[in-house]
Write a protein that binds this ligand. Structure first.
Ligand code: HH2
Length: 258
């Protein structure tokens, strides 16, 4: 899954693809590099980010989505707003990626009567304050239980299990140790019975481990994506599609041809 942030302030590529034309060009480049899904977002959820008004998020996302209607890969829209979920689905989105796991009022209903996919992600707190003091007793158990409850809620609302993807939400209200524990234990999330997504690309935890700035975290991101796939992720959400695909091609060759 290749990331396209149509935002002025995303942590790793803020401003680079903020206007419609640049975002469309970037999305097409990621498809050329081998992305199987493009994830389009109009609101940064980086630690400390301010919320974006519906009107502004709509203005950022919908023109890019409409331009990608004929793209050869499915487009996912990264939003926590039920109104935008509905509009994005009407405009051709194949998936909704919600960092609040469809927990806002009317979000489940926005997806229920449709056939699109949905990614349910775990976050402790709100982007504005989530990194202030993340705390858990047993991070793996708590995140897993939360996701199990959200999968159950989605199913109860009529969203079939096959449409659901679960994501532990690396960096969303988690310390470096929490993130590492979750990555180590990713295989345990398979018992949720849905596909797993991991988003580690260029995140602060990789900065902590390497001492590098977001744009220089490509190698660390590829390593993290590889570990995630090895540990059970079905989808990796990445900024650097070509580099990740190369690494996965090697991993796949070793795995398939013993
Ligand atoms: N991470 C980010 C945004 N959306 N969605 C899922 N499902 N999983 C993630 O790990 C995830 C996500 C943050 O990364 P990015 O989009 O690059 O930055 P920003 O939120 O600053 O736009």
């Amino acid at each position: 899954m290749g990331v396209v942030n149509v935002t002025p302030d995303s942590f790793s590529d803020g401003g680079l693809h903020a206007d419609t034309r640049a975002a469309i060009a970037h999305a097409l480049r990621l498809v050329e590099e081998g992305a199987d899904i493009v994830d389009l977002g109009g609101e940064s959820t980086r630690p400390g980010a301010a919320a974006v008004a519906l009107e502004e998020e709509r203005r950022r996302v919908l023109p890019v989505l409409e331009a990608l209607a004929g793209a050869t890969v499915p487009v996912s829209v990264d939003t926590r707003k039920p109104e935008l979920m509905r509009e994005a689905i009407a405009a051709g989105a194949s998936m909704v990626n919600d960092v609040t796991a469809l927990s806002s009022p009317r979000a489940l209903q926005a997806l229920a009567g449709t056939s699109v996919g949905v990614c349910l992600m775990h976050m402790q707190g709100e982007p504005g304050t989530m990194q202030a003091n993340p705390s858990y007793g047993d991070v793996v158990r708590e995140v897993r239980n939360y996701l199990a409850a959200r999968v159950a809620a989605a199913q109860a609302a009529g969203i079939a299990r096959e449409r659901i993807v679960a994501d532990p939400g690396f960096g969303f209200g988690k310390t470096l140790e929490h993130n590492l524990e979750l990555l180590r234990a990713l295989g345990e999330f398979r018992s949720l019975g849905v596909a797993l997504l991991a988003g580690l690309s260029r995140k602060a935890m990789l900065g902590r481990l390497t001492g590098r700035e977001p744009r220089d975290r490509v190698h660390a991101s590829v390593a993290a994506a590889l570990v995630a796939v090895q540990n059970g992720a079905h989808i990796v959400r990445v900024h650097d599609v070509a580099a990740t695909r190369d690494a996965l091609a090697v991993w796949n060759a070793v795995r398939i041809n013993p």
